[in-house]
Design a protein around this ligand. Structure first.
Ligand code: IPD
Ligand code: CA
Ligand code: CA
Length: 257
């Protein structure tokens, strides 16, 4: 039932997100000048929450645009109604709906759907990850120097040692390809699918990574913070890799390479 509701909510939101893609809709700013939210983010979110509420009225919900609905339940749905809103608002079809389900503080299920390229990623803890119902697996690359990486940058500049620009510069100076798609959930799914060998980012929110980090882990990858600790989506740093380059990536990111 949990899985059916998750898939139904993700697919229903995707219909809305797709329908408005080339239409005119309202766009506003959140904090910062380029941290956008569109009318479609809200429509997608309302649709997802309504479907969850119909099936599981007592479950907790944490959703990007409308915040937390705290209830006495061990289940929590973590929703990003459009991940990649800036892309979406510019007509760039690299964006998706991302929903993770936590039980007793552990992520147990996740779905990420990009309806523009028709890629539906799903994972259930202990059952592996799939792309359009076919099992996926992380890459086999063992050398950071030969890796294809992806990252993202925060909406407001992070001026700190080993910040986003310093780490990016280090990789670029060595000629390592580091892509920047603008959707953390897609970044994670593409690590899970073996397209990227690793992804790191300095400032994510729980809804950006909730589903995607489980999808990476269930595809055989590794997800931690920048020190290699157990990953919690409630702290900002994320390092998600195929597992084979993970320790070396930690050395690059922590300034020891
Ligand atoms: C953003 C995207 C982006 C990441 C930002 C996120 P949004 O989510 O995932 O890739 O770099 O940190 O906020 O705002 O499009 O849902
Ligand atoms: Ca997001
Ligand atoms: Ca969003």
């Amino acid at each position: 039932m949990l899985k059916q509701t998750l898939i139904r909510a993700t697919e229903a939101a995707a219909v809305i997100v797709k329908e408005y893609f080339d239409k005119t809709y309202k766009i506003s700013n959140k904090e910062g000048v380029n941290n956008l939210v569109t009318e479609v983010d809200h429509k997608s979110e309302d649709c997802i929450i309504q479907i969850i509420r119909e099936d599981f009225p007592d479950h907790q919900i944490l959703s990007e645009e409308s915040g937390a609905f705290i209830q006495d339940s061990s289940y929590k749905w973590i929703i990003d109604p459009i991940d990649g809103t800036v892309n979406y608002a510019h007509g760039i079809p690299i964006c998706c709906i991302s929903i993770g389900i936590e039980k007793d503080g552990e992520m147990i299920m996740g779905a990420v759907y990009n309806p523009f390229i028709n890629e539906f990623y799903f994972a259930q803890r202990g059952w592996g990850s799939s792309l359009n119902d076919k099992k996926i697996q992380v890459s086999n690359e063992t050398d950071v120097l030969k890796s294809c990486l992806v990252t993202g940058f925060p909406y407001t500049y992070l001026d700190e040692p080993n910040g986003p620009l310093q780490i990016f510069e280090k990789f670029i100076r060595k000629g390592i390809p580091v892509r920047r798609l603008g959707s953390a959930a897609m970044d994670l799914c593409w690590v899970a699918a073996g397209r990227f060998d690793g992804f790191y980012e300095h400032k994510l929110a729980a809804w950006d990574s909730a589903a995607g980090f489980l999808i990476v882990e269930e595809a055989g990858g590794k997800v931690t913070d920048f020190e290699g600790n157990y990953y919690s989506p409630y702290q900002p740093h994320i390092l998600a890799t195929n597992g084979k380059i993970h320790d070396e990536m930690i050395r690059w990111i922590s300034g020891n390479v």
